[in-house]
Design a protein. Structure first.
Length: 96
């Protein structure tokens, strides 16, 4: 009988016959597009996908305002700003 790795290799060959092994083309089983994405579109997608959330922007702004301080100063500044805004990062009234 055939060993398990040999059987798995044979099954992989029969499962994706359109894949070529010469290395010139991307195998169809990978699901990649035939044509590459437009560089401008791809750049814009990456910028939007990796954009900082509102909370991250809020934390960065507070950290920039307390330059030279330590972490405790940052926490005090954030607590004070949240007290003034009523809700973290929004400025909306609480519905309590």
């Amino acid at each position: 009988g055939a060993s398990a790795p040999a059987a798995a290799a044979e099954e992989a060959k029969t499962a994706a016959p359109e894949d070529n092994a010469d290395g010139d083309e991307i195998p169809a089983s990978w699901g990649w597009p035939k044509e590459p994405f437009d560089a401008g579109y791809l750049r814009q997608y990456v910028l939007v996908y990796t954009k900082a959330s509102k909370q991250e922007e809020w934390d960065e702004a507070l950290a920039a305002r307390s330059v030279g301080g330590d972490f405790a100063d940052h926490l005090v500044e954030k607590a004070f700003a949240n007290l003034l805004l009523n809700k973290e990062g929004t400025g909306e009234d609480k519905n309590d």
